[in-house]
Design a protein around this ligand. Sequence first.
Ligand code: ADP
Length: 458
Amino acid sequence: MKSIRSQLSLTILFLVLITVGLVGLFSNVFINKAFTHYLTQQGKVRTKDIVLDIERYYDSFTNSWNRENLHLIGMYSMYEGYLVKILDKDGAVIWDAENHDCWRVMEEITKDMKNRGMNKQYFVDTYDMKGEGDQKIGSVSVTYYGPNFLSEADYSFIHDLNKILLIIGMISGFFSIVVGTVLAGRIARPVGKTARIATQISKGDYEIRFERNTNTRELYELTTAINDLADALNEQDKQRRRMTTDIAHELRTPLTAVSAHLEAMIIGIWEANPERLKGCYDEVKRLESLVADLGKLAKIEDENLKLNKTTADLLCISQTVFENMRAEADKKHLSVSVSGNPVFVEIDKDRIHQVITNLLSNAVKYTQEGGTIRLEVEESERYGIVKITDTGIGIAEAELPFIFERFYRTENSRNRKSGGAGIGLTIAKSIITAHDGELDAKSQVGAGSCFVIKIPKN
Ligand code: ADP
């Protein structure tokens, strides 16, 4: 597997080299074309100049040519790469480069061009020369290597250009490696670190956290996700440990009491009268209900709570729960009322029955004799709502955030015999959350509590 660093550097290098290569290729092609065009034009202009020069040395009075000057023009042109052949009006040769060792010069030029990788050919342009009265005075044929041949300056211009492009390519290649390495390092370092931290988390080190000092959004999100994952695992781990301790504690206390009482009765320290046996029986019952609650909770959490939803009336359920609890409420002389209109929502009827039962039973448990409990059913635009309000002992503000946790019991209720194991609200919350609803509590110590269930209508 390749690292991000090498992949990114190689990609950037590749792109830079392709870009520089393409610029080099296109500039060479275009410059060559432009040169060819320019030099072809130049060649034509030069050929015409030569012809005009030659024409000047015709004497129309004597109808003769100044052969000395023609020789100079011919030789001069030859060294420029133009082979001149001058004929008079009758076609007789006046001056011919071929008679002046021209091929040696041209061979040199040809060899030079070939050495530079240029394969061109000879062209011949022929012009008629006119004198006074538009009379033909002769003709000139100019042979040149072309359509052009590159002068030393032209050649070195192209050579220099390619050299510059090569240098640019090398410099850009170098910088692309540097930039690629730095850039890739910026990405690879935190990714590598995240991977190491994730490995440590997977080995059970849930306290470890990642410092989010990156300004790359995706990396920030990745590290945040890893930190959140560690938080969640840490919390789960703590809960698991706490739960084991709590269960052990909850079971140990009544079991110790029962076994001590039974032992005392067996060895005859205590007489096994109905009152003492009833005490043991109550403890065993408490254990039974605790185990049953734990079973319910385990089931709810295990199944991820599969709901059997039907349309049901919250008011009707509240009334049934109230009827079931009436005897208990009467024992404490509590005034319990149910009010509101029917509100139909899609719910698992039995589960919601269980929630309202848990909340109403708490209200009965934690309200002193003669207190008041109100069960109100109402609805808002989005929710069906059930409110259970009591005038009981209340819950301290500092404890409110914890009451839905497993085995949590407030200081106040722990001192009371009537308290349960602290699972009822956990079960209620799980059921309401599974309905995508909300379960909240407001309370004031000494004044009472209000639990609000909100269930979405659809
Ligand atoms: P428990 O079985 O102990 O009642 P719950 O999970 O139902 O467990 O409740 C958790 C704790 O929240 C209780 O122990 C009690 O301290 C507190 N609580 C719940 N309902 C009320 C209430 N209506 N008034 C006062 N305290 C309450």
